[in-house]
Design a binder for this molecule. Structure first.
Ligand code: SAH
Length: 197
């Protein structure tokens, strides 16, 4: 039987996206019960969230389900698709670990919850933005899985925009709230890649 690897990449991408939504659903319901004490959702933060959703969700979904823009399709092969699958699975595993560690402190934007606790244990001992590491893995998996230049690379551009627009704001917000504790935490951790950056 001949396997259609273009289709295989699309199916894997869609299944991984669905799995991610399930991983997020339970923490999302729990976190919503804990009141937000302070939010820093600036206009640039809102724009960043739109760009990220377009790049990791809307644009690839349009290509997966309609085949457009087909003029920018390219060839694929089993090696690329399997590499994409392995990277996306690693990303999903990291999402689960980070959601468990953050618990009700999680929020999809720049919010501080009532009685917000600084999490520095478990995966947060190794890097201070492991959930963003997970999003980067997803963004990198996407061009391996989706054999279209736009659908493939939109995730790196979209999430990259969110990451670089948000990181400084998030760290400032955490420093304002936790002061020296957060500065100490930053001094002993890297951002997204253990021991490197
Ligand atoms: N940047 C983190 C968290 C992403 S979720 C990561 O990549 O893993 C974003 C929210 O998490 C922020 O609004 C902030 O309130 C909260 N947050 C970020 N780092 C945290 C930490 N170390 N402890 C507790 N909450 C944190």
């Amino acid at each position: 039987m001949e396997i259609d690897w273009v289709l295989a990449g699309k199916v894997i991408w869609a299944l991984c996206l669905a799995t991610w939504a399930v991983i997020r659903w339970v923490p999302n319901r729990r976190a919503r019960k804990v009141k937000i004490a302070k939010t820093t959702r600036t206009p640039s933060e809102r724009l960043a969230m739109v760009l990220s959703s377009l790049g990791l969700g809307v644009i690839p979904a349009i290509w997966v389900f309609t085949g457009e823009p087909s003029a920018l399709d390219h060839a694929t092969n089993p090696v690329l698709v399997i590499i994409g699958l392995v990277i996306f699975l690693a990303s999903l595993r990291l999402f689960r670990i980070t959601h468990k560690a953050l618990g009700a402190m999680w929020s999809h934007s720049l919010d501080l919850r009532e009685n917000h606790k600084l999490v520095t244990q478990g995966i947060y001992e190794r890097v201070r933005h492991p959930m963003y590491s997970a999003f980067w893995l997803w963004a990198v998996a996407q061009p391996f899985l989706l054999s279209n230049w736009i659908a493939g690379f939109s995730g790196i551009l979209g999430f990259g925009a969110l990451f670089f627009m948000r990181l400084g704001q998030e760290e400032r917000m955490m420093e304002e709230r936790f002061g020296q504790d957060y500065r100490d935490y930053c001094a002993r951790t890297k951002r997204i890649i253990p021991s490197i950056w």
